[in-house]
Ligand binder design. Sequence first.
Ligand code: IZC
Ligand code: ZN
Length: 428
Amino acid sequence: MKARHEHADVLIRNIKTLYTNQQCPPLRGKTLGTLVSIDEAWIAVKDGKIMAFGNDDHVPYCDEQTIFFDAEQTIVTPGFIDSHTHLVHGGSREAEFEALVHGVPYLEILRQGGGIHQTVKDTRRASFDDLYIQAKTSLDVMLSYGVTTIEAKSGYGLDIENERKQLLVAEALNRDHPMTIVSTYMGAHAIPPEHQGNPEAYVKEIIKDLSVIKDEGLATSVDVFCEEGVFTLEQTERILKASSELGFMRRLHADEIKPLGGAGLGVRLGARSVDHLLAISDEDIKRLSESDTVANLLPGTAFYLGKTYARAREMIDAGVAVSVSGDYNPGSSPTENFQFIMQLAASKMRMTPEEIINAVTVNAAYHLGLSDSVGSIAIGKRADLVMLDVPNLSYVFYHYGINHVKHVMKDGIMVISNKNQRRSQHGT
Ligand code: IZC
Ligand code: ZN
């Protein structure tokens, strides 16, 4: 008999299908479209980590301290990873929604001093506590939709004091909230009002501030909004090269609106991800397919801004490694409903359920540098699980706009239990 201290803390039984997703990232091509799964499975948890799993009788030692949990024939996947969010911000931008709907372009609103600039005003004005409460409310919703890990960018402070304020809020929430949060410094999100007309001075300031962020351990990645009227390819390259020298992972908002060639630049600079890509060129799709840079696609933005969706099928068929994220932010994707984002990836970008699950687990973990701890069901990884109250995986994408989560386990603790009416939804 095993030693007493080796008992399982939790044993989840009666899982209809457990999606384990154990493959070598980044996944691309046919592998991206393949899921590894076990039917009629159980999973054991110890100290917040996955202890064992299977569908045989070899369950680990359990005693009176073990919590037995009946999964009630739900399907179980690794916790979803939203690998691109602008979580921490002040205010909201419904005032510009009407202008957007009536065709005023996103970049025009920005040029006129609205858009990101509005959120910068609201974020600078907000206290640490204001930002903390607003972001915490969003995290609660994200978690309820099955997201257990997110990336969170700064970029609404645009000076070191306010960028630090945003990043410190994310750091505090990573400590206080069940959600795992990894931070990205995005001082290069817009040119702040005090540097209007002199972007060069601001680029220099960002490069100087990188070492402050590094020394304080406030972020693991650096991101740049490489876009017409925002940061040029040349400025982006300088900022990301300086980031690389300090050991930051690099990522960029690339080819979101204008096809500047940010994706190709990202590949050349060894970026972990290039994000958006609504306007990517054929040449850059080829470059991406020959690299380990992940194409992080954000269909919520195309939906909200009324744009043509990223060419996910062409990218996947060309062999590009793809992830999918929500881009939660007040100006181009104001929603925390990550399942809706996944449903858009299916219905609008024509990705398969298997591709989407891999995109929001294995590939997202990979480009965030978290493959050792999250993204698949493997012994020793965090026990982050989503239990979905659906008859099969396709149903998650078919019945859209609602929440299919029955339970969410985070680090071995059941943090969400939704009371949804399975029987009335799909007649089982
Ligand atoms: O606040 O508009 N695209 N950055 C780049 C955003 C969208 C966020 C925003
Ligand atoms: Zn973004």
